[in-house]
Write a protein that binds this ligand. Structure first.
Ligand SMILES: Nc1ncnc2c1ncn2[C@@H]1O[C@H](COP(=O)(O)OP(=O)(O)OP(=O)(O)O)[C@@H](O)[C@H]1O
Ligand SMILES: [Mg+2]
Length: 506
């Protein structure tokens, strides 16, 4: 790609951007939220038309005006916002447009069926090919999105934040497939905000800043700090280690006390305490009951057993609305399903939290909504053309920041977060962590579930690890180390560790 320009009215998405990739090369495409990565991907995929620049394949100029053009050139894409059709089956989604033909030009369902079964197996996707996509977990949908692109046997594979919804073992699985494709000579462009992935899987990286491609590097020759510098133009500041955790806990008020909660089959027996001003982390492998636990506290599902004590009283929320009235906020990483109104304006999206508490409607003026929203947009440096634009016009990471801004602006007593920084770039993520810490210092109690260990180690005062619906470890202070965290994630509790040691000594 040479000198690519793309504007949306006043917003410049790409400015003289260039990108090259060779057969058998995995090139990371990096940059802060809104820097133009997805736009570059969509231009190659044929879903966005550039205003200028040229694209060459094998040295010859090509035009990509549609998804079909891209497919004919051997380009396949797994999109950040997924391209799957929720009301169609997994099988039909994968075959869409590439159905293998029988002798008479008819679709050969039997052949297709067995091919797709092999494909699903390759990705360890454990589902019925005839299941509707909308019934699958978000992580499984992401895997299907990648599998669908791989099924097309592309020469150039574009992956836009495909691991954002995935857990560690699923990411490794995808990496395994990518290594095979690389060996077969596929060229791969890989967009991610998870910095550790770049060094694991990518050979080279192109870094974007405000629509320009500012650096092309070999990953073996750069450090993370250098990459962040290219992304932001600023030297990263060291993340400040937080105050002694002992300050929280003793003496502070117990805000949430969950006792032996069970919610079959996912949550078996979980007890968790959160004190005022504390940031409590929840970690673990995927599917150990984390989302179910959080949604039970919120009143979205009713636990089969156990008690939830909030500010000293046992509560039975019948719906999240009850929880909101009790000053509990919820930020979901599943923004498209649970947290955003894509067709409503940015302003309305920020204001939605206030509106949910009621009482304000009588005095609600356009101006009020605008001022409230503008303050939040400024505070969180959300990149928007105008707060009147629909939320769906924002880049993925900026959409997520919008959801975060909404709830922090409400100043809840207890804030629950489920993988909140999914898709948020490293720079904004540090900003968000700073804002969370500041809110906690001012007395907010925060419970954050994250699929990323680094995030938990960085932000949480105490970390609960979930394993098979139970707590396999609680780490704080000196015990909060990456090694302990991984051990607890795998279900190795401290007693078992100790026991193992003793047996060895004996
Ligand atoms: N359909 C659209 N209408 C208006 N503006 C748009 C549209 N699509 C993208 N933009 C703007 O173009 C810029 C680049 O967006 P893009 O989605 O390429 O960013 P990105 O680098 O993928 O960010 P992220 O990491 O958050 O996904 C952003 O400022 C975004 O708001
Ligand atoms: Mg993007």
């Amino acid at each position: 790609m040479r000198d690519i320009d793309k504007r949306y009215d006043a917003v410049v998405a790409c400015k003289s951007a260039s990108l090259q990739v060779q057969p058998g090369e995995i090139r990371a495409l990096l940059g802060s939220n809104g820097s133009g990565k997805s736009t570059m991907v969509k231009i190659l995929a044929g879903t966005v038309k550039p205003n200028g620049g040229e694209i060459l394949m094998d040295g010859a100029p090509v035009t990509i005006n549609s998804g079909l053009d891209a497919r004919n050139l051997g380009i396949a894409t797994a999109f950040q916002d997924l391209s799957l059709i929720p009301t169609m089956t997994v099988l039909d989604n994968i075959l869409l447009g590439v159905e293998p033909k029988g002798k008479w030009g008819t679709v050969d369902r039997a052949k297709a069926g067995s091919e797709v079964e092999a494909l699903l197996e390759r990705f360890h996707i454990n589902c019925d090919p005839e299941a509707y996509v909308q019934t699958l977990m978000p992580s499984m949908q992401s895997l299907v999105e990648v599998a669908k692109a791989v099924y097309q046997k592309p020469r150039l594979l574009l992956l836009d934040e495909v691991t954002a919804a995935l857990h560690r073992d699923e990411v490794q699985l995808i990496f395994g497939v990518l290594r095979e494709l690389k060996a077969e000579g596929t060229a791969i462009i890989y967009v991610t905000h998870r910095m550790n992935e770049i060094f694991q899987i990518c050979d080279t990286a192109t870094i974007m800043r405000s629509g320009e491609t500012v650096a092309h590097v070999n990953t073996s020759e750069v450090t993370l700090d250098e990459i962040v510098y290219y992304m932001t133009g600023q030297r990263p500041e060291a993340v400040s280690p937080h105050e002694a955790e002992a300050a929280h806990g003793d003496g502070a008020d117990l805000v949430l006390d969950v006792e032996h909660i069970a919610l079959f089959p996912k949550v078996r027996d979980i007890s968790l305490k959160a004190y005022q001003g504390e940031i409590v982390g929840i970690g673990g492998l995927e599917g150990q009951g984390q989302p179910e636990f959080i949604r039970a506290v919120l009143g979205l599902t009713r636990p089969d057993d156990g008690r939830i004590i909030y500010r000293g009283e046992e509560v039975h929320f019948h719906s999240p609305a009850d929880a909101v009235m009790a000053n509990i906020g919820f930020i979901s990483g599943e923004r498209n399903r649970e947290a955003m109104f894509p067709d409503r304006s940015v302003g309305e999206n920020v204001f939605a939290g206030r509106a949910a508490k009621g009482g304000l409607f009588r005095f609600l003026t356009d101006r009020k909504v605008r001022d409230f929203a503008q303050a939040a947009v400024d505070k969180y440096s959300i990149v928007v053309g105008s707060i009147r634009n629909p939320a769906s016009s924002l880049s993925g990471g900026n959409q997520q920041k919008l959801v975060i801004a909404r709830w922090i602006a409400m100043n809840p007593t207890l804030l629950l977060l489920d993988d909140p920084t999914k898709g948020v770039d490293i720079h904004s993520r540090r900003d968000i962590h700073k804002i969370l810490r500041q809110s906690a210092d001012e007395g907010m109690t925060i419970i954050i579930s994250s699929s990323e260990n680094d995030e938990l180690l960085e932000i949480a005062d105490r970390v609960y690890l979930f394993y098979e619906g139970r707590v396999s470890g609680v780490l704080s202070g000196a015990s909060k180390t990456p090694e302990r965290l991984v051990a607890a994630m795998m279900g190795l509790t401290r007693e078992q560790n100790g026991a193992a040691k003793e047996t060895r000594q004996a």
